[in-house]
Write a protein that binds this ligand. Structure first.
Ligand SMILES: C[S@@+](CC[C@H](N)C(=O)[O-])C[C@H]1O[C@@H](n2cnc3c(N)ncnc32)[C@H](O)[C@@H]1O
Length: 303
């Protein structure tokens, strides 16, 4: 008989970790109770600390934008820290869960770092499938490195899945240029008889492509002003589009780099639960103020 204890009724939010040690050839197993994780809460800490409190297969989906290369002076996030984060994200993601990793590259002396590709490939190494390489298209910004390059206008959105995605709710809002109703007609055959023909139609809207375009900046990225107290937000609509595509109502959404709280706000508005990590206390305050306005609006009686 195995001397490993079976945890039969693990409270969804009560995290336990098992460690074992051998004494005189006997294996002893110790169960360590971990902190209870608060849902709909942003932890002011390194995401590795938050994830260490999560049991395996805990999160339905993650949508996040890490600090990339050293474009902004956050906490000095190195590639080795990225490797630990990727491994932990795989462990805490449910089977069939999805991680959306929104990232771009820095250009140093006309040479792009390629960190985004390295990260995508590393995610595959830790076990994720690269389900889709999507593009986040935005209005062109200053030429990178020098004025001789084409205008920089996109970032990657790597959609990584732990096996086959368990939830795919495609957004159907692409206007179909060939939209038309079905119709029918007749064609006279050689023998003089009439053949009835039916031509199928095309609906007005079709499934989106994997290039998603958003206007950015004040008045576009966020419906509130508080968000812009953070220097690198992604659009609310981008977070929402991924949340509704890869999760269902009631699911748990994680953002390890919560910044101004965009993911938390859009998870709340779309009836999902969330957990976030944000290393900067300043940005945590921004996110909490931003969320207060959403939750107070949401508790107002319907008109
Ligand atoms: C690109 S911003 C995210 C912005 C966010 N998507 C938004 O819309 O506001 C990245 C954030 O990650 C935070 N950060 C950097 N390293 C971190 C770490 N190891 N754990 C948690 N947060 C971290 C930074 O302080 C920064 O606010």
């Amino acid at each position: 008989m195995s001397n490993l204890q079976v945890i039969t009724s693990l409270d969804r939010h009560q995290i336990q970790k098992k460690t074992s040690k051998k004494v005189n050839g006997h294996k002893y197993v110790k169960k360590i109770k971990r902190n209870k994780l608060r849902l709909n809460y942003i932890y002011n800490e390194n995401c590795l600390d938050t994830m260490s409190k999560m049991s395996d297969d805990f999160i339905d989906m993650t949508v996040t934008s890490p600090p990339y290369d050293d474009m902004r002076s956050y906490s000095g996030n190195s590639f080795s820290e990225f490797e630990s984060i990727a491994k932990e994200l795989y462990r805490v993601t449910k089977k069939g869960g999805v991680v959306v990793w929104v990232v771009g590259d820095q250009t140093i002396k006309g040479n792009e770092t390629g960190t985004s590709f390295k990260q995508a490939l590393h995610f595959k190494d830790v076990g994720f499938d690269l389900f889709d390489t999507m593009i986040y298209l935005k209005p062109p910004r200053g030429a990178v490195g020098n004025n001789k390059t084409y205008w920089q206008t996109f970032e990657y959105m790597f959609v990584l899945s732990k096996g086959k995605p368990k939830t795919i709710n495609p957004i159907v809002d692409r206007e179909n240029k060939e939209a038309r109703n079905g119709d029918s007609g007749t064609k006279r055959l050689h023998n003089g008889s009439l053949l009835r023909l039916k031509r199928g139609g095309y609906s007005k809207y079709g499934r989106r492509t994997n290039v998603w375009e958003y206007l950015i900046g004040k008045g576009h990225s966020a419906s509130d002003k508080i968000a812009h107290e953070h220097p690198a937000i992604f659009p609310e609509k981008l977070a929402q589009d991924h949340i509704v595509s890869w999760s269902n109502k009631g699911d748990l959404v994680y953002d390890p780099f919560m910044g101004s709280g965009t993911t938390a706000k859009m998870a709340t508005i779309n009836d999902r639960k969330y957990i976030g990590s944000e290393i900067s206390s300043e940005y945590c305050k921004v996110a909490r103020r931003r969320l207060e306005s959403v939750t107070s609006v949401m508790t107002l009686p319907a008109i």
